[in-house]
Design a protein around this ligand. Structure first.
Ligand SMILES: [Fe+2]
Length: 390
């Protein structure tokens, strides 16, 4: 489809910045047709809504108290749920008295804080801050906390998780972008014995069950060969991307995705600094209307450390406001910038659970700037600071 239409007045390029709000209207999760619209006001800021979850909402994941934080046989706390996917927070402080198996959902477990030994049927895998481990449905695992204050974000999906390397195949060698060769696989102990009798806690179609063995399914394997069915990567393997004029969409940062593009797991490190001045260049995202739901999690927040572990759902029911500023060069010498957001986009609608709703931040239209962007109080008109019930 050609993107060469221009109607009305185009005050400056869509990559740039000026006196209007520029909004990217997109479909198919940023992979379909789009229109860059220049308008007077930002649709992301209504004065009233009939349901607060029509608007973006955020919470501090570190303030949640999943039952696995206090009890070895506890569970993660689910905060967002759909028919085929979910997001939960786990803060396991002691090994569970059972191994676990989710029959119908694959998992991407993101380790925000704490170090663990992730024991699996294919051997143990040490995991720590910035790691994300993919565990396929039906694989038995047990997470053994080792040290640090644990905080894990669990993304559950029904569609098989595939590497987003596939999205780059059309441009051939792009190995400098995500280095999948940094993937680490579990390594079984060739001298492993059968281990202790073990109960496996099983979740099948939302129901909990158990199965007992007189050995440990995560300890009795001496070797395996085949594909990387369980693996981990670290956010350090994912460079930030952009253009000389500014922004690239979040799914351009995809590292994993659902086989049928039902979801995208995007890692957004610090973006390169654009070299094009306004009005053609800008730094930051435009306002945009996405037709996928977006879950965001602040993993590293050097410039706004108070926003660490803040989690947001930016739903499809409202445009996301964006925040652009003129580009600037950083000072030399270059250094590592510790800023990193995770972004999980889903084709299916995610809904806040009661536990999620109970933890909402006040005044989401302002908090979106102070918490999500970790910036100033934003460009919210005074009239919309307190969202009214429509
Ligand atoms: Fe967004």
């Amino acid at each position: 489809m050609s993107s060469n239409n221009r109607k009305g007045r185009i005050p400056y390029p869509g990559t740039g910045i000026g006196e209007y709000v520029d909004e990217a209207f997109t479909v198919q999760g940023f992979f379909g047709p789009w229109a860059n619209v220049f308008r007077h006001r930002n649709l992301a800021h209504p004065v009233a809504a009939s349901d607060e979850t029509l608007v973006y909402q955020g919470l501090d994941a570190a303030a949640l108290a999943p039952t696995d934080a206090a009890a070895a046989d506890g569970e993660p706390l689910q905060i967002l749920a759909g028919k085929q996917s979910a997001v939960a927070i786990s803060r396991r402080s002691a090994p569970a008295p059972f191994a676990e198996k989710l029959v119908d959902r694959h998992q991407i477990r993101f380790y925000h804080r704490g170090e663990f030994l992730l024991e699996t049927e294919l051997g143990p895998l040490p995991v720590g801050p910035g790691d994300f481990a993919v565990i396929p449905a039906n694989l038995i695992y047990r997470e053994r906390p080792l040290r640090g204050d644990p905080l894990v974000v669990v993304f559950e999906v029904e569609q098989p998780v595939v590497l987003a390397e596939k999205l780059w195949d059309s441009v051939g060698f792009a190995g400098g972008f995500v280095d999948y060769s940094e993937m680490e696989l579990p390594e079984p102990d060739p001298e492993a014995g059968p281990g202790e009798p073990t109960r496996v806690r099983i979740r099948d179609e939302g129901q909990w069950h158990s199965m007992d063995y007189d050995f440990d399914p995560c300890a009795d394997v001496v070797g395996w060969l085949g594909d990387p069915v369980v693996y981990k990567l670290n956010v350090d393997a994912v460079p930030g991307i952009g253009t000389t004029s500014g922004f690239l969409t979040p799914p351009a940062n995809a590292v994993l995705y659902g086989e049928g593009r039902e979801f995208f797991f995007n890692v957004l490190g610090p973006r390169p600094f654009p070299t094009t001045p306004p009005p053609r260049g800008s730094y930051g995202a435009p306002s945009h209307q996405n037709d996928y739901d977006e879950v965001w999690f602040n993993h590293a927040s050097e410039f706004a450390p108070q926003t660490d572990a803040h989690l947001w759902l930016l739903p499809r029911t409202i445009p996301h406001p964006g925040l652009k500023r003129p580009p600037e060069y950083p000072e030399n010498p270059v250094r590592q910038i510790e800023e990193l957001k995770l972004n999980f986009d889903t084709k299916e609608r995610l809904r806040w659970t009661d536990a999620g709703r109970a933890a909402f931040m006040a005044d989401p239209q302002t908090a979106l700037y102070t918490s999500f962007y970790g910036a100033h109080i934003g460009v919210v008109p005074e009239s919309v600071r307190a969202l009214k019930k429509a």
